[in-house]
Every structure is written in structure tokens, then in C-alpha cells.
Write a protein that binds this ligand. Structure first.
Ligand code: AMP
Ligand code: MG
Length: 336
């Protein structure tokens, strides 16, 4: 499904740049459990792509909850309440604590016990009992975590999960590395996290497709956006399992330890920092439509597109110019 999203973006990029264009260099890779695509608007830019791929692999090895060699896995299997971590992991966990505070715990970096209990990291899915869920709720709570420059303190029974921001963070890191290396423009698509970097050679806006949540091959809308803009989507179609006719997806409401249940099927956040956009997309999905719209309208520098299961699309004022509907299956409404 994520591959399809990328193909849509690639298609758009090709439409804009011309099919036999040799002035771009692209690469597709699989990492962080998703398909990723990297494009630089320069010929023979393999070294930039190598640098990006190395950074993705480095972050995956650092942050994966399932790789026993990662620092996050080491934090999660700590035997003492306080463990030592690298400065980068400490900085990143602090960033995540900030996002958890900002979203009043709807993005919660300590959600891992629930993610694990539902089997989303092992792909052996189970629906926990009511008692198990009640117990899991007590094991989630970012307020109980403390981070210094080199240590993490977390009560036993609790664990962290970077899955809700790792791809966004990776996109920000690559953009910074590319700029340092003199890259003038490119586009990153890391499984639902798109980041436009710098400028396109002709100075035109970037065209980014939002996937139709109900049709893996279809486009919901396109966004015309400037460079250095993150477009991050969280959706109930991205990772889920079905049992007894019910869909259980991977975005957990920390208040119930169960998949968030409301009218939404996807949320796309548009903002400058991809890591923050990633955390916000996850949090807004949990928040739901009404509260989510209010939240975005009161937050400077953030726009969003909310899609409901009833095929309604609501988008915030800042997208009035930039959003073009692409599917007639949906009704589109701008919301102030
Ligand atoms: P995303 O695709 O960015 O919405 O992230 C979903 C992933 O983040 C899940 O697969 C979990 O690993 C993790 N996650 C799920 N629910 C939450 C939450 N409420 N807060 C933080 N991380 C979450
Ligand atoms: Mg996210």
C-alpha cells in the first residue's frame, strides 16, 4: 500500500519533470518496515542518495523496538529504572516527551506495552482482554519518564516506541545532511512521510499526492506546496488486522490502550518539521475530527486534512489555495 503511495508521488514528480528526465536521481529502498523513496533534482547524485540511505539504516539500528541491538531495545529491557543512553537518543526521547506534552499524551512515547500486546511489532496479532487493556493503561504515561543528557528513567513495566516519529525524524535528518552537502532540491517519501527539500530546478511548487484511504491505488487530493514542507499521513489502512469482521489498526489511544475509535480514517499534517508532523498526525488521529480541527486551527504553522469513514474530507484554511480534490467519491469542505 505504501508502495502505491510512492508510485503516485513518483508519477506526479515525473509528470512535472518530464518522463525521460535525466536531471533527477532516485532510489527506492525498504527500511523501517516500509517502502521509501528518495529523489534529488540533480543528475548523478548517487552520493547524496548513499548518504541518505546510510542515515536511514543508522537510525533504524538505533531506534528499532524489535532489533535487540538497538538502543531503544536496550532501554526497554533495562534491569534498573535508570539507564545510560547516547546523547542522540536522549535528545530524541526529550523531543518525544515534548510532543507528548504538546498533545496532552495523545501522542505518547511510552505507548509500547500496548503496541506489543496487540502484536503490531511481531505480526502475530491478538485482541487483549478487557482486564489486560486496563492493566496496559497503567503501563502508559509519558509523565513518568525522565530524560537527562545521558540517562533515561522509566518505571519497570513501561517501554518506549519511536514508531510514531522515527520516519519523520529520519526525513528531517536527511534534509539537513543534504543541505550541508550543497543539495539544492529533492523530495523524500518515507512511508507516509513526505518532505520537500530546497527547491525544484524550475522554481515551481512541489505536487504531493494524498492517498485515497479506501483505494490503495487512488489519489484523494494533491497539494501544491513550497520546499521544506512535511506532509505526514497517519491512517487506519496503513497497518491493521481483522478479526471477527472488525478492523484493528496500529494507532493506539493511550487512554484505552486500544486502537483509536472515532470517525476518522486518515489525517494528513502539513508543517515544516517532519518529526513534529509525524507526532501530530498520530495524535490528531487519536483526537478525532472536531477536537483535531480545533487543535490545528489554534496551532500556528500547522495545516491538516482529515478524512472520515463517511467519505468526507475537511481541510484547514491554510490549504485553501494548495489543495486540489482528485476523487469524486469524497465531499471536500474547508473548515476554519
Ligand atoms: P504513525 O504511522 O506515525 O501514525 O505511527 C504509528 C506507530 O506509532 C504505531 O505503529 C506504533 O508503533 C506507534 N504508536 C501508536 N499509537 C501511538 C500513540 N498514541 N502515540 C505514540 N506512538 C504511537
Ligand atoms: Mg506519526
Amino acid at each position: 500500500m505504501k508502495r502505491t503511495l510512492w508510485l503516485l508521488i513518483l508519477l506526479l514528480a515525473l509528470t512535472v519533470t518530464g518522463c525521460r528526465d535525466t536531471s533527477t536521481t532516485s532510489r527506492e529502498l525498504f527500511a523501517m518496515d516500509t517502502v521509501m523513496n528518495l529523489t534529488v533534482y540533480q543528475p548523478r547524485a548517487e552520493s547524496l542518495l548513499n548518504q541518505a540511505e546510510q542515515e536511514i539504516r543508522r537510525l533504524e539500528a538505533l531506534l528499532s523496538v524489535t532489533d535487540p541491538g538497538s538502543e531503544i531495545a536496550a532501554v526497554n529491557r533495562r534491569s534498573a529504572t535508570t539507564v545510560t543512553v547516547s546523547q542522540e537518543t536522549a535528545d530524541l526521547l526529550r523531543l518525544c516527551l515534548g510532543f507528548s506534552e504538546e498533545t496532552h499524551g495523545l501522542f505518547d512515547i511510552t505507548v509500547y506495552p500496548a503496541v506489543k500486546a496487540w502484536g503490531f511489532t511481531q505480526d502475530t496479532h491478538t485482541v487483549p482482554s478487557e482486564e489486560a487493556l486496563a492493566q496496559l493503561v497503567t503501563q502508559i504515561g509519558y509523565e513518568k519518564m525522565a530524560v537527562t543528557d545521558s540517562t533515561v528513567t522509566l518505571p519497570q513495566g513501561m517501554a518506549v516506541d519511536m514508531g510514531g516519529i522515527a520516519k519523520g525524524y529520519a526525513a528531517d535528518r536527511i534534509a539537513a545532511l543534504w543541505k550541508e552537502a550543497g543539495c539544492t532540491g529533492g523530495i523524500l517519501s518515507l512511508g507516509g512521510n513526505v518532505l520537500t527539500v530546497g527547491e525544484k530546478p524550475d522554481g515551481s511548487l512541489f505536487q504531493i499526492a494524498i492517498q485515497d484511504p479506501a483505494d490503495a491505488g487512488g489519489m484523494l487530493a494533491t497539494l501544491s506546496l513550497p520546499g521544506n514542507t512535511a506532509v505526514v499521513t497517519s491512517g487506519d489502512y496503513q497497518r491493521y488486522f481483522e478479526q471477527d469482521g472488525k478492523r484493528y489498526h496500529h494507532i493506539i489511544d493511550p487512554r484505552t490502550a486500544a486502537p483509536a475509535e472515532n470517525s476518522l480514517t486518515s489525517v494528513t499534517v502539513i508543517t515544516s518539521c517532519a518529526a513534529r508532523g509525524d507526532a501530530l498526525a498520530t495524535a490528531l488521529f487519536v483526537m478525532g475530527l472536531e477536537e483535531g480541527l480545533n487543535y490545528v486551527n489554534q496551532t500556528a504553522g500547522v495545516e491538516a486534512v482529515f478524512v472520515t469513514k463517511q467519505s468526507r474530507v475537511y481541510y484547514t484554511t491554510g490549504l485553501a489555495e494548495g489543495l486540489t480534490p482528485e476523487s469524486q467519491q469524497y465531499t471536500f469542505t474547508q473548515k476554519n
